[in-house]
Structures are given as C-alpha cells and as structure tokens.
Design a protein around this ligand. Structure first.
Ligand SMILES: Nc1ncnc2c1ncn2[C@@H]1O[C@H](COP(=O)(O)OP(=O)(O)OP(=O)(O)O)[C@@H](O)[C@H]1O
Ligand SMILES: [Mg+2]
Length: 597
C-alpha cells in the first residue's frame, strides 16, 4: 500500500479536480472550439475569429480554473481550518446589505471567508452555544451584543463567569454606540457598582412563589421530598398573595423575617383584617395561619414557629442570605432601578453579574431568580399589542447557563418568540441540561433554530452535537490491492505439464454510506474561535468568529464605568426590618434589660 501513501495528492483532491459533469464538458468543448478556430482555415473571418477564440477559451479556462483548481488555493490559504467542512449556501447573500441590516454577523466561513449573517426572524427561534471552557463562547456572545447595541436593540446579559474588566468593557461598548445612558447593572458582588433590583417584587403570587422555590434544590426525587416541596410552595404562595393584598412592597429581608417570626405573621394578618376584611385572600391567609396558632390561658395568640419551620425553614435561611450582606444592599429595595418589563420595553442594556467567586451557590440561585423574573416580564411583553413589542427583538444572552438553568426554561423558549425576545444560552456540556432532565435537553435542542458548536470537551457532548448536526449519505472509495496465486491441472493426470501463475490487481470500489456531516472527533479538535453553526437542521457553516477588541486609547478616553441612577416615586413597603424591635421576643428584650440593669 505504500505506493498509494506516496501519492502527492489525496484521492479526495484528485476526485475534486477530475473533470466530470455537464459544465466541465461545456468548458472543455469551448476550449477545444477555440483551438479549432486557430486553424488557418478560418483566417478570412478575421476580427470575429479572434473574438470567438478569446471568448471561448476565456470562459472555458475560467470555469476550469475557478471551479477545479482555485478551491485548492482557497482551502489552503483562506482562514486556516484543519478540516475541510464545507459550508452550505449562505442564507443572506454576501452583498445583500438590506437583509444584513436585520441580521447579526456570526463570523466568516473558514473555506471562502464569506460572512454568515443570521436574521432576527431566525434569531427569535433562539440560539444555543455549546463548547468547552476557553474556546470562544463569550467572545461570540460579546460580538453579537456589540452589534445588538449598535443597532439600538436591548439586551439582558447574565454573566456567569465575569472578570474584573467586564463591566468596563460593557460600559465602553455602550459608550462607543452613544448609549451609555441605557446601561443598567445588577452586581450583587459589588453594590457600589450596581443599580438596585428586587427580583421578587413583580409577578403574581404563583410566579413569585415558584421563583422563590427555585432556590431549593430539586435533586431529591422521593415522594417525601415532593410532599415537602408542595407544602412549601403552598405556604409561600399564600404568604406572597397576602403581602400583595396589603398593597405594601416587600423585599428579601421582609420575607426572611416573616418566615421565622410569629409576630410578624400576625401583623400581616392584622393589616389584612383592617384593610381587606372581605377579601378571599385574607381568609386564605387566616386559614393558613390558623393551623399554627396556639392560644394561651390568658387569651394571647401565638404562632408555633417551630412547626412552621418544618416547611419553611430551608427557605428562610436562603432568603436571609439574599436579604443581608452585599446581596441585601442591592436587593432590599421597594423602588428598584431595574424593572425587567420596563427595561425590555425601553431597549435597555441590562448587565447581570453573578458573583460566582466565593458565593457560588448563592450566585447560581440568584441567576435562577433573574430568569424567573424574566419569565414574568416576558409574559407581560407577550400580552402587548404587536407594535409595542421590542424592535429589534430583545436579546437574552445567558452565559454559563448550565449553572442556573431550571425546569422552567422550555416554556420560556416557547413564549419568548411571540414576545419578540430571543434567548441565547451558552453551556459547556450538554449534560448541563440533561442534569435537570432528559426532556429539558430535548426541549432546548428542539427549540433552538441556530446551534453553535465550538470545540467540545466531553465525548458525550461531542457525540450529541454530531448527531444534532446530522448525517449525510456519502460515496466512499475503497481501494484494495490484491495479489494471489493460482494453479490448475487435473488431479489424476500423468502429464508433467501443469498451469500455475501469480496474479496482482487493484480493485476500486465505491459505495454509499451514512456518515456524520461533522464527526465527533472533528468537533473535539476545532481551533479556538472556530465553530460549526448548524442552522435550521439542514444548513451548516464552518466559521471563524471575529474577536472584538477596544484599543487602549479608546478605553482611556472612555474613563471608568459610570452608573445611571434614577429618582423614584416613593412606595410604601412592609418595612419589617425597620421595626425589628416589634418582632423580637419579650424574653430577649427582658434579658437585655437585665444585663443593663
Ligand atoms: N474568535 C476568537 N479570536 C481570537 N481569540 C479568541 C477567539 N475566541 C476566543 N479567543 C481567545 O480565547 C479566550 C477565551 O475565550 P472565551 O472567553 O470566549 O471562552 P469561553 O468559551 O467563553 O470559555 P468559558 O466557558 O471558560 O467562559 C479569549 O480571551 C481569547 O483570548
Ligand atoms: Mg465564557
């Protein structure tokens, strides 16, 4: 077989150069005709003869050169790519500037360097970015956000892995586009660089309760855990409904006091009885509290908080984490700067920085809560008349989504499209979704029109991705070299003459087989910044993503990130923390008096 290996070109290349097919035949015919025309026989048709020779040979030679030889150069020199994964026909043509205005550029094809644009119509069918750490997911996301900002669109960027410069970069991009006044920052790791935000203020009681419930891990699948979850959900829904019925705003601190303090619970009851005595919600709340009430001999009503803790204890601790520390500084507000619904309508650029360093679980829980809040905002946008929905469509880039994905996502994907909101989660492995449930993974795959695969780290993810990209029928050539020896003669033969001979030959056979359009091994060895875009299930692009960089001079010119602050109309809140002394038990107060005395 060595002689085949020694060939200067691969069989694949030779096949591509081979002239076959009607266009090649026409090209060769044209060249042949121009050669015939050089014969002196035609010399008296002089000016036409030359013209025809030039035209025929020109067209023929151009075809053969461009189609049969140039690809060698193209594949060799344009944007280097280890693999020759051929890109499909462009959906938006290279020179179609009008269509490009309603689209975002993802990158340039690795073979021909053509720009791959995806229109908003298809972006609204969502995008999924998959790739191992450090291969270009955030670079692509940043690039798309940049274009979105320049086009005047709004976006929500949930950053699951920020570094110190990211806020600066977002600010500078906004400034470059003249939109720094549109930037809103939610940064619970650094309250001094954050707008205020209260993710449990908006939405009906059910929505807020499920947002809060997403804080409790759903890993336990036992019926007991399910019962516990149900009871917690009922309790929280009743509580939130009661709070909303009072008309007072509330925050995490209020909730965490309420969940563990009988007096505070009774205070809410007294507000409801005073202001909304006939409301069914008042009655529901009273019925709920009744289960935990005990009345002393002297007729004093108290709440058995220990029993309440059985169903609300896990939640109270988590809420307390959000109501205190740096989180509390950002989230304990009754008049938040960021109201997602309003922000989406006003095409704002919202940057959520999850402080994953050091406070990982809390940061992830916070991510879940933002997504929960987004779901509510999204359903409100969906209810608006068509003309009032965001234009260009609002972008949600959920980077490192694996750490805050939840069961509620698929529904959101379905709703978002009609709200003119497009979602773009980026994850490191497909297992991020599968960990929640197999259906979730399938729903995400089924609900994302555009899938972007960067270099993939785990074999399972690479295989899933290769399967999503799909298979194709391909003719494969098998070349077999065979040698043999044959002898012939009659068994019972007294003659000394027998026939014997060696034979050698090469068999080339061709057969069709189902092969991966992009093999898992190819996905596992893509370069940094290179990705395979699967569009609509049938189109495929092997692209290079450009990386946005801001020059040091421009950065210098922009200066430090400036936040936008807002004046708000005051809103009356529950203010449980302000009146903390009212909820402290008498025992503690007496102790204090004793100590002082
Ligand atoms: N298109 C590109 N062109 C040039 N360099 C790139 C490109 N994409 C990524 N890089 C380089 O790789 C680095 C990491 O890229 P990026 O932050 O986008 O990775 P990631 O996939 O988001 O990783 P992680 O999952 O860890 O967040 C970049 O800082 C940059 O140096
Ligand atoms: Mg990243």
């Amino acid at each position: 077989m060595n002689k085949w290996k020694a060939l200067p070109m691969r069989i694949e290349t030779i096949r591509k150069i081979t002239l076959a097919g009607p266009f090649d035949a026409i090209a060769v015919l044209l060249i042949a005709m121009s050669i015939v025309l050089t014969s002196p026989f035609f010399h008296y048709h002089e000016p036409y003869r030359r013209l025809l020779i030039i035209t025929f040979s020109g067209i023929g030679a151009w075809w053969i050169f461009n189609e049969r030889l140039m690809f060698l150069l193209r594949e060799k020199f344009l944007l280097k790519s280890k693999y020759l994964i051929k890109s499909s026909e462009l959906v938006i043509a290279e020179h179609d500037k009008t269509a490009q205005q309603n689209a975002l550029l993802f990158g340039y094809t690795a073979d021909e360097g053509k720009p791959v644009y995806i229109s908003y119509d298809f972006l609204m069918r969502h995008v999924w970015i998959l790739g191992q750490s450090g291969v270009g997911k955030t670079v692509l996301g940043t690039n798309l956000m940049f274009q979105q900002i320049v086009k005047g669109g709004g976006l929500l960027f949930i950053d699951g892995k920020m570094n110190g410069d990211d806020l600066q970069t977002m600010y500078q991009i906004c400034k470059w586009a003249g939109r720094e006044q549109d930037l809103l920052v939610i940064n619970p790791g650094k309250p001094e660089l954050s707008n205020s935000y209260n993710p449990i203020l908006y939405g009906d009681a059910d929505e807020v309760a499920s947002r809060l419930l997403s804080l409790i891990p759903s890993s336990e699948d036992s019926p007991g855990a399910d019962f516990y979850r149900q009871s917690t959900k009922q309790a929280i829904t009743t509580l939130i409904a009661a709070l909303q019925e009072t008309g007072l705003a509330y925050n995490f601190m209020d909730l965490s006091i309420l969940l563990l303090n009988g007096k505070a619970l009774l205070y809410v009851e007294s507000l409801l009885v005073r202001d909304k005595p006939d409301s069914p919600i008042t009655n529901q709340y009273r019925l709920f509290l009744d289960r935990y009430k005990t009345v002393s001999n002297k007729g004093v009503t108290t709440i058995d908080v220990d029993r309440l803790k059985d169903i609300l204890g896990g939640m109270a601790g988590r809420l307390y984490d959000f109501g205190t520390g740096t989180f509390g500084e950002v989230l304990n507000t009754y008049t938040p700067d960021v109201n997602l619904f309003e922000a989406i309508r006003a095409n704002k650029v919202i940057y959520v920085m999850l402080p994953t360093m050091g406070k990982n679980e809390q940061a992830q829980n916070f991510g879940k809560m933002v997504i929960g809040d987004l779901r509510t905002a999204l359903s409100w946008v969906q209810a608006l008349p068509e003309a009032q929905r965001p234009n260009p469509p609002f972008m949600v880039f959920a980077d490192e989504a694996g750490s805050y994905v939840s069961q509620s996502w698929p529904r959101m994907f379905e709703q978002a499209r009609s709200a003119r909101i497009w979602l773009m989660p980026a994850t490191q492995t497909q297992a991020n979704f599968e960990a929640i449930s197999k259906e979730l993974e399938q729903m995400i795959i089924g609900n994302t029109w555009t899938k972007v695969f960067f270099k993939i780290g785990t074999p399972e993810s690479a295989e899933t991705a290769a399967n999503i990209i799909g298979m194709e029928r391909k003719a494969s050539l098998t070349i077999a070299e065979n040698t043999g020896r044959s002898e012939s003669g009659q068994e019972i033969d007294s003659s000394p003459i027998k026939q014997a001979g060696d034979s050698a030959g090469i068999t080339i056979s061709q057969r069709e087989e189902e092969v991966y359009r992009v093999h898992p091994d190819q996905l596992a060895s893509l370069d940094m910044g290179q990705c395979i875009v699967s569009f609509g299930g049938d189109k495929l692009y092997n692209i290079r993503v450009p990386m946005l960089t801001l020059t040091p001079e421009f950065r210098e010119q922009c200066g430090k990130a400036q936040l936008n602050y807002f004046d708000h109309q005051a809103r009356k809140g529950l203010d449980l923390f302000k009146n903390i002394n009212r909820w402290l038990s008498d025992v503690i107060k007496n102790d204090k008096v004793d100590e002082q005395g």
